[in-house]
Design a protein around this ligand. Structure first.
Ligand code: 4AD
Ligand code: MG
Length: 476
């Protein structure tokens, strides 16, 4: 007799079939009904014990979160909402869980409380559903690109560069932090460090992915990235995962088309393949709405807005046009925003939310940003002021994707690096790509947790990654 996972059993188990199921107790009612969950699905299996023929001592150990193994026979269920149940013949406690000590109760806990119990929170319906979606989305990313003939390229975690130039890198060093070796001028002597130079955790795999694009044509990286930005928001992590495709011979239009197609594919994949988790999260999101003030509520339910995104094309406008819309946003005009709107500002979340949630009411792609607020590698437009950047903004999330057509001209890139004080000694290899067979190319980065947030409807990014890293928090 083989062990069967609950997902498979609920889908295809037939009355009379004898099986072994292992999992954790969710609830135990009336000394008779054990709800078992093994993580394979959001649904519990109802196991029915004949308590008169079971030792009392054993039944007392059937407590919330105890690990158990049951042998039983599948039977049709009289219970509501379940096709089958299991009549228990043998029950074994694999691991006790002391009710006085176990922190999670079968009631609703706050997300804050669950975060403090990151090691136990995947035993809740909400968090386990989110983690399954996370898996589904990651799988769908690989499927999307593989089906298109892209190659998955592993880019390094430890690098010597700061691709985004924001100065938010985490140092990687083996030098003694208290007494590092010094040079004659009294500076830290990185020549003695492990790699013989200053290194940091990567903020983006893009620059290395460009090496892939300029040889393999179409590649993507999907890995962890790290930013020491002190942003304590519901959308920032210090360690997050990023999906970064990079394509030779793509201009900005091609880049936007790919990004839009990919996001729609990912959402569709989850809707089609994870209906039970989505149904649960849809109800959860609807409940959450009730506790919000009217004007902060979504106009649509979770699944409804996912379908809306899939079914409608994203709005595409230039940065200059976006500024015009914001400047003319009546009735409050300029007072409407904390940061006054003028050409050249970096759009804040208040501006982005206005454009996406109030004005267009759908995802928006903004292109051709001022070069001074964007990274050094973006292709310069002929106006001398803007670059071929694109950001994709989503309702409730803000920026979900950032990308660009890359500067392919050696001299323009070299000049821009000089203007921005980026040493050529650090990125000589990157410049080389413009020296040997340069070509138009483009790419973008999708913040993985942000798409998980959008699809799951979770309000805080800390609840869509198993072990969130945020300022002053790396407990688990
Ligand atoms: O806009 P960003 O900084 O772009 C890049 O890193 C480019 N090198 C990408 C590329 O062209 N290959 O980051 C890309 C995306 C953002 O749009 C956002 O979704 C996510 O990464 N992101 C974060 N997600 C969570 N926490 C943070 N601190 C994030 N910073 C960026
Ligand atoms: Mg960005």
């Amino acid at each position: 007799m083989r062990r069967i996972k609950i997902k498979e059993l609920l889908a295809s188990g037939e009355p009379g079939q004898k099986v072994i199921v292992k999992g954790w107790v969710r609830t135990f009612r009336s000394n008779r009904f054990i709800a078992i969950n093994d993580g394979s699905t959001i649904n519990n299996l109802q196991a029915v014990v004949d308590f008169e023929n079971m030792p009392e001592e054993l039944l007392r150990r059937v407590t919330t979160s105890a690990a158990i193994s049951v042998v039983g026979v599948v039977a049709e269920s009289m219970g509501k909402g379940q096709r089958i149940e299991l009549q228990v013949e043998q029950l074994e406690i694999l691991g006790d869980s002391h009710p006085e000590e176990y922190p999670l109760q079968p009631k609703k806990h706050s997300m804050e409380f669950l975060r403090e119990n990151a090691h136990l929170r995947p035993r809740t319906n909400t968090i386990s559903a989110v983690y399954r979606l996370r898996h589904a989305l990651a799988f769908a990313v690989h499927k999307f690109f593989n089906d298109k003939g892209f190659y998955y390229m592993h880019t390094p975690i430890v690098t010597g560069s700061d691709a985004e130039g924001a100065g938010e890198t985490f140092r990687v060093t083996t030098l003694d932090p208290v007494n590092p070796p010094k040079t004659e001028e009294g500076k830290v002597n990185y020549a003695e460090d492990f790699f013989g130079k200053e290194t940091n955790l990567t903020v983006s795999g893009q620059l290395e992915a460009e090496v892939g694009a300029m040889s393999m044509g179409e590649v993507y990286t999907f890995g962890p990235t790290f930013r020491a930005e002190n942003s304590n928001t519901t959308r920032h992590l210090a360690e997050f995962w990023m999906i970064e495709p990079e394509m030779a011979f793509y201009d900005l239009e091609d880049n936007m088309d790919l990004a839009e197609e990919m996001v729609k594919f990912l959402i569709n994949y989850v809707l089609e393949n994870y209906p039970e988790d989505m149904e649960f999260l849809d109800k959860r999101a609807a409940d959450e709405e009730k506790s919000k003030p009217q004007k902060e509520r979504w106009e649509m339910g979770l699944v409804e807005r996912l379908k809306f995104v899939v079914d409608n094309s994203f709005e595409r406008i230039t940065y200059t046009k976006a500024i015009e819309i914001l400047e003319n946003s009546k009735p409050h005009k300029k007072k409407q925003f904390k940061v006054p709107v003028e050409w050249g500002i970096d759009l804040g979340s208040e501006h982005e939310r206005f454009l996406v949630e109030k004005h267009f009411k759908k995802p928006v792609i903004i292109t051709d940003y001022p070069k001074d607020i964007k990274a050094f590698y973006m292709k310069q437009n002929d106006d001398g002021k803007t670059v071929r950047a694109m950001d994709i903004l989503f309702p409730g999330i803000g920026e979900i994707i950032g990308g660009a057509q890359r500067e392919e001209s050696f001299s323009k890139l070299q000049q821009r690096m000089a203007e921005m004080d980026i040493p050529e000694s650090e990125l000589w290899w990157y410049l080389d790509l413009r020296k040997f067979g340069t070509a138009p190319h483009s790419g973008y980065g999708l913040g993985f947790e942000r798409i998980v947030q959008f699809v799951s409807g979770m309000g805080n990014i800390r609840d869509v990654i198993p072990f969130p890293r945020t300022p002053k928090n790396a407990e688990f």
